[in-house]
Structures are given as C-alpha cells and as structure tokens.
Ligand binder design. Structure first.
Ligand code: DAT
Ligand code: MG
Length: 149
C-alpha cells in the first residue's frame, strides 16, 4: 500500500488540534503506519524544506517548524498522497476549500497547521528522512474491504 508523510506543525500541537486533524485522516479511511512526537532540529528542517531554500519565506518557515514539538505520521492507503493533499487543502488557508483542514481550521499561510508530501516520489524521500523501518508497526486492518472495492 502507498505511504505518505504528514507533519502536524507546532501550531497544531499548541492549539490542541492534533486529535481533530488525526481524526479527519482516520475518518477518511487512512491507516496510521507510524507516528511520533518530536522537536525538529534546524538541520532536519533545512533538509525537509530544501526545495524552498533561498525563497523569501524560507527563514520564517524553518523557524516556524522548529518553534515547538510536532507530530509526524506515516499514513497508508490507496493513492494516499493525493487523498491527504485533498483533505489538507490549498497551501494558503484563504484559498483552501471549506471542509479541508486548512480551510476549516487555519487563516494564514505561515500557520497552515499541517504538512503533507506533494507527490509519491516526494513521499518516499520524506519518509526516509523522518522515519526508519523500526518505527513501523505493520498490521492488517479488519474492515479494509469496506473501504476499498
Ligand atoms: P505545501 O505545504 O502546501 O506543500 P509548499 O511546499 O509550496 O506548500 O510550501 C511549504 C510551506 O511553506 C507552506 O506550507 C507554507 C510556506 N509557504 C509556501 N509558500 C509561501 C508563501 N508564498 N509565503 C509564505 N509562506 C509560504
Ligand atoms: Mg510542499
């Protein structure tokens, strides 16, 4: 099954929205394959956001993601990266549809609550950056035949 990386950013943890956000992913049918809470180092933040190095918002982005603990998850499901991007909503919460995490729970682009890998290849790179094999607890979920045809 496909896997993707999700980060509940420091504002999600500080605002007490971790449960609400995880609930939305679980309710959609996604399976939690790995999950941990951690303080992000500057090195990891820079590696994670390497594609944005040099952009005007880069410094703010790195200080935001390192400003407090985050919850990192590997979610699993068919087409999981597309499914999670859909549930997360547009990067700028003002453009995110109502019904999405950012559209319902956030206001500013610099406090948009959650990271999700943008493509399957990105997911692969990011999962390797944040998790090792021993972080995963594989299990069969009863009822998956009611989620997938
Ligand atoms: P996403 O998080 O939706 O994948 P992205 O990868 O383009 O978006 O950018 C990473 C993060 O950087 C994004 O969640 C918020 C911040 N960001 C992106 N574009 C920005 C901008 N124009 N101004 C301020 N912050 C921005
Ligand atoms: Mg991105």
């Amino acid at each position: 099954m496909d896997r993707t990386l999700i980060i509940l950013k420091p504002d999600a943890v500080q605002r007490g929205l971790s449960g609400e956000i995880i609930r939305r992913f679980e309710a959609r049918g996604l399976k939690i394959a790995a999950m941990k809470m951690m303080q992000v180092s500057r090195e990891l933040a820079e590696e994670h956001y390497a594609e944005h190095r040099g952009k005007g918002f880069y410094e703010g982005l790195v200080s935001y993601i390192t400003s407090g603990p985050v919850i990192v998850m590997a979610l699993e499901g068919k087409n999981v990266t597309a499914v999670t991007r859909h549930t997360i909503g547009a990067t700028n919460p003002l453009q995110a549809d109502v019904g999405t995490i950012r559209g319902d729970l956030a206001i500013e682009i610099g406090r948009n609550l959650v990271h999700g890998s943008d493509k399957p290849e990105t997911a692969e790179r990011e999962l390797a950056l944040w998790f090792s094999d021993s972080d995963f607890a594989p299990f069969e979920r009863a009822g998956d035949n009611w989620l997938y045809e």
